[in-house]
Design a protein around this ligand. Structure first.
Ligand code: FEO
Length: 171
């Protein structure tokens, strides 16, 4: 039996993860239109990861006997001023998601729901990585500035990203 407050908050987070996927797919499209295929690839993989995050919440709500309630997913931005701006938005967005996850951890503790608390620990760790990844790439963009060769090399680096296979350690 899932506590109604946890169910409501987890459904909201499911929606937030779907929005994250939408946002990164929109960013991928931005790069596709600029023929920056490596950056488009990085964002496409990011969008796929966010879908996996959403499905973790979906599965947890179901497993606990709760009801998944899918609500409208907001449309993300479609325009950015520069590749750097895209990664600045990515970093800011991940910081917001971290705050949402921290609020959920606080709620799980307040509601004495230890299963939810343990489930959320994966996301706490994941957010450290999400913020660090975005920050590293943002810093590299700031370093190269408008230098075409630097941007070309960054595009090549980001083309290497692949979707990691699921592990038994992930809920
Ligand atoms: Fe699902 Fe990027 O956090």
């Amino acid at each position: 039996m899932l506590n109604p407050k946890i169910q409501d908050a987890f459904n909201k987070q499911l929606n937030a993860e779907l929005y994250s996927s939408y946002l990164y797919l929109s960013m991928s499209t931005y790069f596709e239109l600029k023929n920056l295929a490596g950056m488009a690839n990085w964002m496409r993989i990011q969008a796929q990861e966010e879908l996996l995050h959403a499905m973790k919440f979906y599965n947890f709500i179901n497993e606990r006997g709760g009801q998944v309630i899918l609500t409208r997913v907001e449309g993300p931005s479609t325009q950015w001023d520069s590749p750097l701006h895209v990664f600045e938005d990515t970093y800011e967005h991940e910081c917001k998601v971290t705050a949402l996850i921290n609020d959920l951890v606080g709620l799980a503790m307040a509601e004495n729901d230890h299963a939810a608390g343990v489930f959320l620990q994966w996301f706490v760790t994941e957010q450290v990585e999400e913020e660090a990844n975005a920050q590293t790439i943002m810093d590299k963009f700031r370093l190269v500035g408008d230098d075409g060769t630097g941007l070309f090399m960054l595009d090549g680096e980001l083309s290497q990203r692949t979707l990691p296979p699921p592990t038994s350690a992930t809920p």
